[in-house]
Ligand binder design. Structure first.
Ligand code: F6R
Length: 321
């Protein structure tokens, strides 16, 4: 896992090849079918390119969209292993509905199906890393289908200056703060995918419970669950909060996080602010996720846990499939 983190920037230099490209039905709208680590790139793209008409579907079948939307969309079936049943189900459904289809995977059934049905596909490099660690490969491949040239260019520039080892110290600091605590990650709505990605790194790498939420929504409900009194203190006593804050953000959400920090600390809830640094949303996201990567593996070290495998996910897939 540590090697995968150190090699992360190399993923961004990957040049994907669209196979069976002559069958690619060019569209301006996109529906990404993907579960777990295989929709992280699409989540990030939604934040980086908020005007891109992109729907993410993490379920069996296809999302409930109008026939016009379906006709105007390219459906991208994304599964790192190529064997995730929900995504394969969506692939078959899309074929049944004669929708425009494309595939991203390292291999597995999806690549076999793409070859069989002459569906355009990108076969990701199989470097033996976990799907959640392949965010860079997935993002570059996704961009090859959505054709966001400005973001492709920016990604190249960001990747040249992104040095994963430089984030070790920041990760260590977060890991120390979170020792023996249940992490809760908060940020502003516009950075939702970053907070979600932090949470899943802690779930899958460290194998601990971790949660996330965003302001302003959480100020209308979740926050109230932490208005501790003596009889409820034990319920929240093992929780620690990481606030992902953007100092350059002018929005009211920045103020909300500041006020919330004061209110939580007054109730004895530990809060660590971690800054989102970078010139663009993309850079902020990639830098922050590297901090999360290191934090999750150092915390795994602390608990004596191997950050790489996800045996419960594998066991569940065997039982359900
Ligand atoms: C494992 C991981 C999982 C998988 C998910 C879907 O590292 O991150 O969340 O991504 O179970 O599997 P794939 O990505 O193979 O479709």
């Amino acid at each position: 896992m540590k090697t995968a983190i150190l090699n992360f920037s190399k993923q961004l230099a990957y040049q994907p090849v669209i196979e069976q490209k002559k069958n690619l039905n060019k569209k301006k709208q996109f529906i990404v079918l993907g579960m777990g680590g295989s929709h992280l790139a699409a989540d990030l793209l939604q934040e980086v390119a908020p005007n891109l008409p992109l729907t993410i579907h993490s379920d069996y079948g296809l999302p409930a969209v109008s026939t016009t939307t379906l006709r105007d969309s390219l459906i991208i079936a994304s599964s790192y292993s190529g064997n995730t049943e929900e995504v394969i189900d969506g692939f078959h459904e899309a074929r049944k509905k004669k929708a425009a289809l494309a595939v991203i995977a390292v291999g597995g059934k999806l690549i076999e199906l793409a070859k069989k049905h002459r569906v355009p596909y990108i076969e990701l490099p199989n470097t033996g890393i976990q799907p959640r660690s392949a965010l860079g490969f997935s993002l570059v491949a996704l961009l090859a289908f959505t054709g966001q040239t400005a973001i492709q260019k920016e990604l190249k520039i960001v990747s040249q200056k992104l040095k994963p080892a430089a984030f070790k110290l920041a990760g260590k600091k977060v890991a120390r703060f979170l020792q023996n605590r249940i992490p809760v990650i908060y940020t502003a709505e516009q950075y939702k995918s970053i907070a979600y990605n932090w949470k899943i790194k802690l779930n899958e790498n460290t194998k601990i419970p971790a949660f996330y939420n965003c302001v302003p929504e959480l100020n209308h409900n979740e926050m109230n669950g932490f208005d501790i009194v003596e009889s409820t203190r034990h319920l929240s006593s093992s929780m620690s909060f990481v606030f992902l804050v953007d100092r350059t953000d002018l929005s009211k959400n920045k103020k909300r996080l500041q006020i919330l920090k004061t209110l939580y600390e007054a109730r004895g809830l530990p809060v660590l602010q971690v800054e989102l640094n970078g010139k663009s949303v993309l850079e902020k996201a990639l830098r922050s996720l590297l901090v999360a990567d290191w934090a999750s593996v150092y915390l795994a070290d602390y608990y004596g846990i191997d950050p790489e495998p996800v045996p419960l996910v594998e066991e569940f897939k065997r039982l359900v499939g």
